[in-house]
Design a protein around this ligand. Structure first.
Ligand code: ZN
Length: 331
C-alpha cells in the first residue's frame, strides 16, 4: 500500500520535481556541513584569542540570566554585552534583524555553534551542531556572517530564493524548467567550494539526481517492480518526510512569529491536510509533527475567537513568538 501511494505521488511530475529539488538541498547541506563547522570553530577561536580581555576574561562568566526572546536581547551582564557587540560587528546587516532567540548567550565564550546561530533564521535554537542543521541555516550563515564574505553572495542569495520558493510552494509542486534553473544555481554555489571535496562529489550526485527519471512501475498491488535511477523507495520516502516536516515547521514558525493565524496559513494547512489524507504512509511517519501543528492551529483559533491580542496568554518556544512588524528577513 505504501509503495502504491509513493508510486502515485511520483507519477505527478511536478511533485516529483519538488522532491528532487528538496533532495538537492539536502545534498548541498550534507556537502557543506563539515566545512562550515570547521570554519565557524576557527573563526570563533580567532575572535576569542584576539579579544581575550573582552570576550574571555578570566574568572568571569555569564550567570545564565541573559535570556533573549526572539529578536529582542538586552544582556544583563557585561560579558554578553561584549559578545552581542562582536556578533553585530561581523553581521553583514548590522541594522537588520538578528534572531537572538536562537542562542544561549552564556555559552558564547566556549561554544562556536551558539555564536553561529545568531546569523541563522528563527527557530534554530534546538540545533546542536552543523550536522543537525538544514540548508536554510547554512545559507543564511553564509549571507549574514562576514567570515563567509569571500563566497559569492549573489550565488548564495539565488539558492536562498529557490529554497524559499520550494518550501513556500503551496501545492508542493514545481515545474521542470524551475527545477533546471534551481539545479544551475545550486551547482554555481557549489563551484565556490572547489577546495571542499564533499562539494565536488555533491556536484556529480546532484547532476545525476536531476537527470534521473525516478519512474515507478507497479505490476501487482503490493509489489514495486523497479525505481529507475539510484534511489531506493525507502530513501525517497525519507526525503519526502524530511521535506514535509520542514514545511510543517515553517508554517508553525510563521504563525508563532505573527502571533496569529492568517488566511494564508489556514489555506496551507488545508492543502497539507488534503495531501496527507490521501497518503497514509506519510501520515503515519509525520504523526507527531502534524499533531503539534494541529494543536497550534487550535490554540490560535481559540485566541482569535476570544479576540485576545497576539501578545497574550500563549506559550512560546524559547526565543520565538515575539509579535513582529512585517520586515524583510530571510527564512
Ligand atoms: Zn550574560
Amino acid at each position: 500500500m505504501a509503495l502504491a501511494e509513493l508510486a502515485a505521488r511520483l507519477n505527478c511530475a511536478e511533485y516529483k520535481n519538488w522532491v528532487k529539488a528538496g533532495h538537492g538541498l539536502l545534498l548541498l547541506r550534507a556537502a557543506l556541513q563539515r566545512y562550515v563547522g570547521e570554519q565557524i570553530h576557527a573563526f570563533h577561536r580567532q575572535l576569542v584569542a584576539r579579544h581575550a580581555d573582552r570576550l574571555a576574561p578570566s574568572g568571569r562568566g555569564c550567570t545564565g540570566s541573559c535570556t533573549p526572546r526572539g529578536r529582542q536581547f538586552q544582556p544583563a551582564c557585561s560579558l554578553c554585552k561584549e559578545w552581542k557587540k562582536e556578533i553585530l560587528n561581523h553581521h553583514t546587516h548590522r541594522n537588520g534583524e538578528v534572531n537572538w532567540g536562537n542562542c544561549r548567550p552564556w555559552l558564547w565564550p566556549s561554544n562556536s555553534w551558539e555564536f553561529a546561530k545568531a546569523y541563522m533564521p528563527r527557530g534554530k535554537s534546538d540545533i546542536s551542531g552543523p550536522d543537525k542543521c538544514d540548508a536554510s541555516a547554512l545559507l543564511n550563515l553564509f549571507n549574514f556572517c562576514d567570515h563567509f564574505s569571500s563566497v559569492d553572495q549573489i550565488k548564495v542569495k539565488e539558492v536562498i530564493k529557490c529554497r524559499n520558493e520550494l518550501m513556500h510552494s503551496s501545492d508542493m509542486k514545481v515545474s521542470s524548467s524551475w527545477l533546471k534553473t534551481f539545479g544551475n544555481h545550486v551547482q554555481n554555489l557549489l563551484n565556490e567550494f572547489q577546495h571542499v571535496p564533499e562539494a565536488e562529489r555533491a556536484q556529480t550526485t546532484i547532476e545525476k539526481l536531476l537527470s534521473s527519471d525516478w519512474a515507478v512501475y507497479i505490476p501487482g498491488e503490493d509489489q514495486l517492480d523497479g525505481l529507475e535511477g539510484e534511489m531506493s523507495q525507502s530513501h525517497i520516502s525519507e526525503i519526502e518526510a524530511e521535506l514535509i516536516k520542514e514545511r510543517l515547521h515553517e508554517i508553525s514558525l510563521a504563525m508563532e512569529a505573527q502571533g496569529t493565524m492568517s488566511e494564508k496559513d489556514l489555506s496551507k494547512m488545508q492543502i497539507l491536510r488534503n495531501f496527507l489524507k490521501n497518503n497514509h504512509d506519510l501520515q503515519r511517519t509525520l504523526k507527531a509533527e502534524i499533531q503539534n501543528l494541529e494543536d497550534l492551529v487550535q490554540l490560535y483559533s481559540q485566541k482569535q475567537s476570544t479576540k485576545d491580542t497576539p501578545e497574550e496568554n500563549y506559550e512560546q518556544e524559547e526565543g520565538e513568538g515575539c509579535p513582529l512588524p512585517k520586515r524583510k528577513h530571510m527564512v
